[in-house]
Write a new protein. Structure first.
Length: 191
């Protein structure tokens, strides 16, 4: 939409007013599987292709981001996918796995953030923070005590983001990408 500012019939300025997209935060459903599969693969590739071999990327994607795998996860009661839609298009998601513990948290009621991605075109709009707030509010409502996650040791941007969100590093675990064994930092935050 263009807006004209006029003074006594003389146009002083013309500027474009951008309509803000409608953002919707919600639980994913089985109907979201295909779009979620596409976003899962594209955000994973955007983040990790430069750091891994094409063969290992293909193995990981073909194992974890098939439509069948996503449909299974969406139907598993202990897996929750939260999504952000902008004008009907999924632009961010988080996958939470309930009661999936890790060493050091065995005595706590925990939920793991297994995946957390924002589409590259939407970086810098505070959607990660908003999604994290949404996840933490949900975890509190479900009476979880701790939220934890694993983040690749060579992903400084993600590590810094999680620290800003209140997570602290408390261990490591292995993550297998294709044939390569990698190290993830394990981080936690009290609910």
């Amino acid at each position: 939409m263009y807006v004209y500012l006029a003074f006594y019939g003389i146009i002083i300025s013309v500027f474009f007013v951008k309509k803000s997209p409608k953002m919707l935060f919600r639980l994913a459903t089985l109907a979201d599987a295909a779009n979620l599969r596409h976003l899962s693969e594209s955000t994973f590739r955007d983040t990790y292709t430069a750091f891994n071999t094409p063969e290992n990327m293909e193995k990981h994607v073909n194992k974890n981001f098939t439509i069948e795998q996503l449909e299974r996860e969406l139907q598993t009661p202990d897996s929750q996918y939260f999504i952000i839609e902008s004008d009907g298009v999924i632009i961010a998601f988080a996958k939470l796995v309930c009661n999936h513990t890790t060493p050091g948290l065995n005595e706590k009621r925990v939920v793991e953030i297994e995946r957390f991605y924002v589409k590259r075109d939407f970086h810098g709009q505070q959607l990660g923070r908003k999604m994290m707030d949404f996840c933490m509010t949900w975890a509190k409502a479900q009476a979880f005590e701790v939220v934890w996650l694993g983040v690749w040791e060579h992903n400084p941007n993600a590590i810094a983001f999680y620290r800003r969100m209140g997570f602290e590093h408390f261990g490591e675990h292995t993550f297998v990408l294709g044939d390569e064994v990698q190290t993830d930092f394990v981080m936690k935050r009290a609910v």
